[in-house]
Design a binder for this molecule. Structure first.
Ligand SMILES: C[S@@+](CC[C@H](N)C(=O)[O-])C[C@H]1O[C@@H](n2cnc3c(N)ncnc32)[C@H](O)[C@@H]1O
Length: 83
């Protein structure tokens, strides 16, 4: 599962979660820490550091609201379609 951002409440929602966030200090201070079930990586949602069709679900809390419409939201949705 892909998590858009490092929302602690959603960290262990999936069996195998990868959280993507552009902000290192959010990863350092908000992310609850990597475990066998979840890990966080630094990256941009509009250019996800993930292989095609490598996740089976994506989730985020208010993630789309952090992006411009239609430009960035469109690029994120294309990226979600890809991964
Ligand atoms: C999940 S969003 C929304 C959080 C909150 N629910 C809100 O509505 O304000 C906030 C997080 O997303 C990250 N973020 C925002 N835009 C991003 C982008 N384009 N790529 C990667 N991370 C991004 C920020 O660094 C931040 O940690």
């Amino acid at each position: 599962m892909l998590l858009l951002g490092v929302t602690p409440e959603l960290a262990d929602l999936g069996h195998d979660t990868i959280a993507v966030d552009r902000n290192e200090s959010m990863i350092a201070h908000i992310w609850p820490g990597d475990t066998a079930r979840c890990r966080a990586v630094k990256g941009e949602w509009v250019a996800l550091p993930l292989e095609p069709q490598s996740v089976s679900a994506a989730v985020g809390d208010g993630s789309l609201s952090a992006l411009t419409f239609p430009s960035e939201q469109g690029r994120l949705l294309s990226e979600l379609a890809r991964v």
